[in-house]
Ligand binder design. Structure first.
Ligand SMILES: *[C@@H]1O[C@H](CO)[C@@H](O)[C@H](O)[C@H]1NC(C)=O
Ligand SMILES: *[C@@H]1O[C@H](CO)[C@@H](O)[C@H](O)[C@H]1NC(C)=O
Ligand SMILES: *[C@@H]1O[C@H](CO)[C@@H](O)[C@H](O)[C@H]1NC(C)=O
Ligand SMILES: *[C@@H]1O[C@H](CO)[C@@H](O)[C@H](O)[C@H]1NC(C)=O
Ligand SMILES: *[C@@H]1O[C@H](CO)[C@@H](O)[C@H](O)[C@H]1NC(C)=O
Ligand SMILES: *[C@@H]1O[C@H](CO)[C@@H](O)[C@H](O)[C@H]1NC(C)=O
Ligand SMILES: *[C@@H]1O[C@H](CO)[C@@H](O)[C@H](O)[C@H]1NC(C)=O
Ligand SMILES: *[C@@H]1O[C@H](CO)[C@@H](O)[C@H](O)[C@H]1NC(C)=O
Ligand SMILES: *[C@@H]1O[C@H](CO)[C@@H](O)[C@H](O)[C@H]1NC(C)=O
Ligand SMILES: *[C@@H]1O[C@H](CO)[C@@H](O)[C@H](O)[C@H]1NC(C)=O
Length: 436
């Protein structure tokens, strides 16, 4: 019985192994196929022969009909036109090094509305106008080389634009997007873009990600008019100025990151009226003032990062609020403290407990202590900040007072010893006593 089951499993495994290796010969075959293309493949393919040749020049296998779903690596999607179908969507992934785009091939692909490059390192070529204006979705992730703002700006009918990990040469984002009036989703991340965030956007924009660039200036107040915006990521730029007080107008916002900029001033209280917000990251800025208590009323919040800012006062969150969050970071705010009668010292927050006036119980002055202990405290903060885990921040507050106690104890015993020694000395009065 046992034997037959294992034999069956073995057979099953062998079968799977055979099935898994099956597709590769077809992939290999396509490298050779361009030479012997149109007659044979057009009989088996419903795709326009011109487009079949274009696919072959891009090393996309056409031995099986590219219009039959799912296509090879889901690279192609076709329309239903007759007698020939046409490509609507094309995705080039993990391209070989000798691939090059040609304007001729792109001209015959002007029926595409969606074009994606993924790990496909090719230099751009001129895109024919018919293709540029037909595209609704354009994506390049770790792919196109020598991208420029002017090149991208010609895709005027896009609803989705995503460029990530590719250098874009442009004096600012406005060069790229100012004529894209239908844009719903825009990602320009890790592209070395500098300049300001443009003020004018399609009011229907839902997704904006400009993270990891060199953008400067302030967050335009006009962004808060985007009532449909669900996702906003401006992290890791050089933005300054304050968060607009009207931020609460972004009623659809779910994920917000403004982290790692130089944004200053207070958190606008209106942020806590954004009822769908689940992710709020304002870490590593220069925000100050007190943290609005109303944030603790945000029921949907799962991720809250306020670390490495200049907030002061008593932290307004209680233990049950913190427990509900998947990630909570508050360390690196040296003038902020927590009420130790409402939050156990066991919850490691990375800030000190408060004294009775609501100010942090300060670490001991540097002069009384070996300097290393002060260094420990500050470097501890920064190490914790880099940590992605939740609630892992060490508690300076716990270390500070313990070290005071230790220091005082050592000091006191030294004094006691000295007194005993002096008393002994004076009693013996210069004579050699006891020992000799
Ligand atoms: C192709 O797309 C289908 C449906 O979206 C998906 O189930 C399948 O995993 C995809 N295949 C590949 C190789 O990406
Ligand atoms: C591309 O390469 C990556 C990593 O080498 C691999 O995980 C992925 O499956 C590949 N995708 C395709 C469509 O070949
Ligand atoms: C695409 O953009 C061009 C201008 O760039 C415009 O004339 C045309 O109407 C647009 N087409 C669609 C379908 O939106
Ligand atoms: C951005 O510019 C720096 C320095 O010029 C360069 O090292 C880096 O590769 C560029 N980033 C991208 C995504 O090209
Ligand atoms: C924002 O972008 C950064 C860098 O690209 C990324 O690490 C972070 O997870 C993003 N934040 C959100 C809320 O998606
Ligand atoms: C933004 O940076 C550019 C240089 O890249 C500089 O000329 C400009 O003054 C800066 N603007 C602001 C508002 O900081
Ligand atoms: C939004 O934030 C939540 C909570 O941190 C996270 O699970 C989710 O992946 C984020 N969504 C996007 C699109 O980054
Ligand atoms: C916050 O910082 C700004 C300067 O960036 C300063 O003008 C303001 O007084 C500070 N507010 C508080 C409450 O410390
Ligand atoms: C904790 O704070 C929340 C929100 O402010 C509040 O609803 C709840 O009653 C508080 N819980 C305790 C135990 O104080
Ligand atoms: C800490 O909480 C207790 C009990 O809620 C309260 O009486 C006390 O005033 C608070 N201390 C500070 C500094 O806010």
């Amino acid at each position: 019985m046992k034997l037959s089951t294992s034999t069956f499993l073995l057979l099953l495994l062998l079968h799977h192994a055979a099935a898994a290796t099956a597709p590769s010969p077809s992939a290999a075959a396509t490298a050779a196929s361009p030479a012997l293309s149109p007659p044979s493949s057009s009989t088996s393919s419903t795709l326009d022969p011109k487009q079949v040749r274009a696919l072959q020049s891009l090393y996309i296998p056409t031995t099986h009909d590219p219009c039959t779903q799912p296509s090879f690596h889901n690279a192609t999607v076709c329309d239903t036109a007759t007698p020939f179908r046409h490509l609507r969507s094309l995705r080039l992934t993990n391209c070989s090094d000798d691939l090059s785009l040609s304007t001729t091939a792109l001209s015959s692909l002007s029926t595409l509305t969606s074009l994606t490059f993924l790990n496909c390192h090719v230099p751009i070529v001129h895109f024919p106008t018919s293709l540029s204006t037909n595209l609704r979705s354009f994506t390049s992730i770790n792919s196109l080389q020598r991208l420029t703002g002017v090149f991208l700006s010609r895709f005027s009918n896009l609803t989705e634009l995503e460029i990530s990990g590719d250098n874009i040469k442009a004096s600012g984002i406005h060069i790229i997007t100012s004529n894209m009036n239908s844009l719903n989703t825009v990602t320009l991340s890790n592209t070395n873009l500098s300049g300001l965030i443009p003020k004018h956007w399609n009011p229907k924009l839902t997704h904006m990600d400009f993270s990891d660039n060199k953008l400067n200036g302030t967050i335009p107040t006009s962004l808060t008019l985007l009532e449909g915006l669900k996702f906003l990521n401006l992290s890791s730029n050089q933005l300054s100025g304050e968060i607009p007080t009207s931020f609460g107008n972004l009623i659809s916002l779910q994920n917000l990151s403004l982290s790692s900029n130089s944004i200053s001033g207070p958190i606008p209280g209106s942020i806590s009226t954004i009822s769908r917000l689940v992710h709020l990251d304002l870490g590593s800025n220069q925000l100050n003032g007190t943290i609005p208590r109303s944030i603790s009323g945000m029921k949907g919040l799962k991720y809250l990062n306020l670390e490495k800012n200049n907030f002061h006062g008593v932290m307004p969150f209680n233990a049950s609020f913190i427990k509900r969050l998947a990630v909570f970071k508050i360390g690196g705010n040296d003038n902020m403290c927590y009420n130790h009668s409402t939050i156990s010292k066991k919850v490691k927050l990375g800030i000190a407990p408060c004294d009775k006036h609501g100010r942090p119980i300060l670490p001991p002055p540097a002069a009384d202590e070996p300097s290393s202990s002060v260094d420990d405290i500050s470097s501890g903060d920064y190490d914790d900040g880099g940590d992605d885990g939740k609630k892992k921040n060490r508690d300076n507050g716990d270390h500070g007072p313990n070290k005071v106690v230790l220091g005082v104890a050592i000091g006191l015993s030294a004094v006691v010893f000295l007194i005993i020694f002096l008393v002994m000395l004076s009693k013996c009065g210069g004579r050699c006593c006891g020992c000799c």
